[in-house]
Design a protein around this ligand. Structure first.
Ligand code: FEO
Length: 397
């Protein structure tokens, strides 16, 4: 993939990572891209770099546009290593006049690369730099999703270079949203939001409000991952508004792990109860479904119901994994319940309930435990649990 002109004299010069499958615990089964952008004006500016192992792709792409030594400014919108891993080598190659970053960005760059000698220029929200015919305005987006994060907005182009926000982990030969099915892009964008930004939902709301207050006209959003939003920037902004308000529909995620299929049978009965109440169901075995896909399904669900067999007086390890991950992402306003089979002690349902309560999930049923294999009565209890949650989902409006 070579450099791609996204607007006149503005180029995508990033790298496509077709092979990455794990992104610090997030399953990137379609790979990703690390987007870097280059503006050729009286001053030449590079926005972000790429993961270190793909540095040669970035250098090759820059070469297609300008001699790297002609780059005057490097703008570091985000210090996480997928965007800064190549930065030391690029700075050595380019010898830029200035490296722009937020105050937190400078601190993060120093603690990552320990280079006091770089020509840092700290900027804050509202600061602008001129590239000649174009002006770049900076907007700090602290904790979206790192303390250093910021947006760069090119006034004359109505172009928002948005760092991780509005991104998707999706490797593709296409660079623009209208070259791929929008429904597919939205699935990837939702998964990205759920796994990276859900915990910061209130800050996303504040950011959207302040962008509206600034009156920024946005013609194109160029994120640091995935295709560029040139046709549907409004749709992705509207989706972020919905997701950050944690709007949910009549949908429940039933996530479970099982030893000898008893808890699995119970899970199916729970689903039958939910379905009776007209609730859409996603049944996900924690041992087969990746945690990041479970969280993606949870994003617009009103309920999560957890099941686990009792193993060594505790819950199954994969359930502990998903509950720990969920706790970190702090989903809001979810209803739930717990169930599971056991052989002799049967603590799993209690432990599930405690973990769910700690996450903030409102338990609307006392839970169902079944000894060994569910009989017809056990099956009915599970259907009743599903129905109870289903009614609560409907009543939640
Ligand atoms: Fe794509 Fe937060 O790095």
């Amino acid at each position: 993939m070579g450099a791609v002109e996204i607007k006149k004299d503005i180029f995508w010069v990033g790298a496509v990572d077709w092979n990455v499958r794990d992104f610090h615990g997030y399953s990137t089964d379609k790979g990703t891209t690390y987007n870097a952008y280059l503006i050729k004006d009286e001053k030449v500016a590079l926005f972000d770099t790429v993961k270190h192992n793909l540095k040669s792709d970035l250098v090759h792409n820059i070469h297609q546009v300008v001699e790297p030594g002609k780059i005057d400014y490097i703008i570091v919108n985000h210090v996480e290593m997928d965007h800064s891993g190549s930065l030391p080598d690029i700075i050595d190659l380019v010898k830029p006049e200035k490296v722009f970053c937020s105050a937190n960005g400078k601190r993060a760059l120093l603690s990552h690369f320990h280079r006091e000698d770089w020509p840092y220029e700290v900027v804050k929200t509202g600061d602008e730099i001129s590239l000649g015919t174009r002006t770049v305005r900076f907007i700090e987006t602290k904790m979206l999703h790192w303390p250093d994060s910021m947006f760069s907005y090119v006034n004359e182009e109505k172009l928002l270079i948005s760092s991780d926000a509005f991104g998707q982990h999706l490797a593709s030969s296409e660079r623009f949203d209208d070259q791929l099915p929008l429904s597919e892009l939205m699935v990837h964008a939702a998964k990205y939001y759920a796994n990276i930004l859900l915990v910061f939902a209130p800050l996303v709301q504040k950011l959207l409000a302040s962008v509206a207050e600034m009156g920024l006209e946005i013609d194109m959003i160029a994120p640091d991952h995935g295709p560029i939003w040139r046709t549907a920037p409004d749709q992705i902004i509207a989706a972020y508004d919905r997701w950050s308000r944690q709007e949910a529909r009549n949908k429940a995620v039933v996530v479970y792990d099982t030893m000898w299929h008893s808890t699995e049978k119970m899970a199916k009965a729970v689903c039958a109860g939910l379905e009776k109440e007209g609730v859409e169901v996603r049944l996900m075995c924690a041992r087969l479904c990746h945690r990041s896909d479970i969280i993606a399904e949870l994003l617009d669900a009103k309920a999560v119901i957890c099941g686990s067999a009792t193993l060594n007086n505790n819950i199954m390890p994969r359930m502990a994994d998903i509950l720990t991950y969920m706790k970190g992402l702090r989903p809001k306003g979810k209803l739930g319940a717990a169930f599971g089979s056991y052989g002799w002690s049967g603590e799993a349902v209690k432990h599930l309930g405690e973990a769910m309560t700690e996450i903030g999930i409102d338990l609307v049923h006392e839970g169902v435990r079944v000894k060994n294999v569910p009989d017809h009565d056990g099956y009915k209890e599970c259907v009743a649990l599903g129905s109870a949650v289903g009614r609560a989902v409907r009543q939640a409006g």
